[in-house]
Design a binder for this molecule. Structure first.
Ligand code: C30
Length: 282
């Protein structure tokens, strides 16, 4: 069935602890945490290789997105300071969501967690997505077959395997994991753009069936159907960047600049029209 295994609740229940009431993505502003993992299933003990927080504003029909570098030094609830990608290995999606909420002081209403297979399936179901490849490169494919994916500089429509290579590529990029985060945001933008041209709900039904165990989300199937129309109305997708510096302290970390974190957090809060006081006053 369409809702097979994709739907998954967080232990916190349907609403963020930072909300008085659950949001309704059909009419409210909301946030989504996109999570990419390198695993055959989307189990709870792996590390997260891609973390992108996105906010959606209904009136403006706009999206803002920030990529959280995987080595970011973060306060993980009950564990103290560690790399943010460890949160998932320590406590699955619940701990990842709690860590991101704590970091930005912004509620995480929804999550979409997927592995390589689901990512490939989604991109292929859209008949590929268009990106601007910054330089020629060659990288392994999803089965780690060496040099299986070769892309040339320029604007190209990538199939699922190529798109995966594009968002995984790191060593050929002088900016490493940071540049990779930029390409992941570009890819989500490309998916949202391309999904405007996908007209039938049946198509989404098929995609969700096909991704099966490879994707988990706390969106309901009804939410996703409602979001399809929303996706085609989006007219402004902006990406934000977290500034930071290398920190070598018994291992490598990426330490965020306080000022940059504060600015991104403030931008996302305003975009969500989220006000803490309003949440507690009622
Ligand atoms: C409402 C609904 C249902 C949907 C809305 C529609 C949308 C917008 C859906 C979007 C869903 C998506 C697409 C979300 C996006 C999240 C993204 C962008 C996910 C990315 C793909 C993914 C599934 C996982 C992350 C993959 C990444 C970034 C890395 C894992 C390197 C090692 C040690 C070497 C190794 C070398 C490379 C490529 N690899 O790949 O290979 O493990 O990377 O850096 O750890 O490994 O270093 O030296 O062994 O070869 O260079 P990796 P690494």
């Amino acid at each position: 069935s369409a809702t097979s295994n994709a739907n998954s609740e967080l232990n916190r229940g349907e609403k963020s602890d930072m909300r008085d009431e659950a949001v309704n993505p059909a009419k409210d502003n909301f946030s989504v945490l996109f999570v990419g993992i390198d695993e055959r299933d989307v189990g709870e003990n792996s590390r997260t290789d891609a973390l992108i927080l996105a906010t959606f504003n209904k009136k403006e029909k706009s999206v803002k997105m920030v990529s959280i570098p995987r080595d970011t030094l973060a306060e993980i609830p009950e564990h103290g300071k560690d790399k943010i990608n460890h949160a998932h290995a320590f406590g699955g999606m619940d701990m990842t969501v709690a860590t991101v909420e704590n970091m930005f002081d912004v509620p995480v209403d929804y999550f979409v967690k997927l592995n390589f297979n689901a990512f490939i399936e989604i991109v292929d179901s859209l008949n590929g997505v268009e990106v601007d490849v910054p330089f020629d490169f060659t990288v392994q494919d999803s089965k780690d077959r060496k040099n299986a994916i070769s892309l040339k500089e320029g604007t190209h429509t990538l199939n699922g395997e190529e798109a995966l290579g594009y968002v995984r590529m790191r060593k050929q990029d002088p900016t490493g994991d940071l540049g990779r985060g930029e390409r992941q945001k570009e890819l989500i933008k490309a998916i949202l753009d391309k999904s405007k041209s996908v007209s039938s709900v049946t198509k989404y039904d098929n995609v969700i069936d096909n991704v099966g165990d490879n994707m988990l989300t706390n969106f309901t199937f009804g939410n996703i159907v409602a979001l399809q129309k929303y996706a085609s109305s989006l007219n402004n997708i902006e990406t934000l960047k977290l500034e930071g510096h290398d920190l070598n302290d018994h291992g490598y970390y990426y330490e965020l600049e306080d000022e940059s974190l504060w600015q991104v957090s403030d931008t996302l809060k305003k975009h969500l029209e989220y006000e803490e006081d309003a949440q507690t006053e009622e």
